[in-house]
Design a protein around this ligand. Sequence first.
Ligand SMILES: Nc1ncnc2c1ncn2[C@@H]1O[C@H](COP(=O)(O)OP(=O)(O)OP(=O)(O)O)[C@@H](O)[C@H]1O
Ligand SMILES: [Mg+2]
Length: 67
Amino acid sequence: MGFFNTECPVRPERHYCIPPLDRVDFDEILELIDKDRHFVLNALRQTGKTSILLRSADRLNGTRECR
Ligand SMILES: Nc1ncnc2c1ncn2[C@@H]1O[C@H](COP(=O)(O)OP(=O)(O)OP(=O)(O)O)[C@@H](O)[C@H]1O
Ligand SMILES: [Mg+2]
C-alpha cells in the first residue's frame, strides 16, 4: 500500500503522487537531448524537480514503462 511521501523524491510505485512526467513536456525534453542541447529544469524548492529527473532517467534507460 502506498503512502504520502513528504521527505524525498517521489517514486510512483511507492508513493501517492501526480505522475512526475505528466508535469513536463517529455517530448520536448527528448527533442533537446536528441539535438545535444542543454536545458535547465528550474523551479522553486521542493516542487518535484529531482522526482522528474529520476523518472526521466528511468524512461531514458528503458528500465520501466513509466509516466
Ligand atoms: N509528482 C509529485 N506528486 C506529488 N507530490 C510530489 C511530486 N513530486 C514531488 N512531490 C513532493 O515534493 C517533495 C519534494 O520532491 P523533490 O525532492 O523531487 O523536489 P525538488 O524540487 O527536487 O526539491 P529541492 O528543491 O529540495 O531539491 C516530495 O517529498 C513530495 O512531498
Ligand atoms: Mg532536488
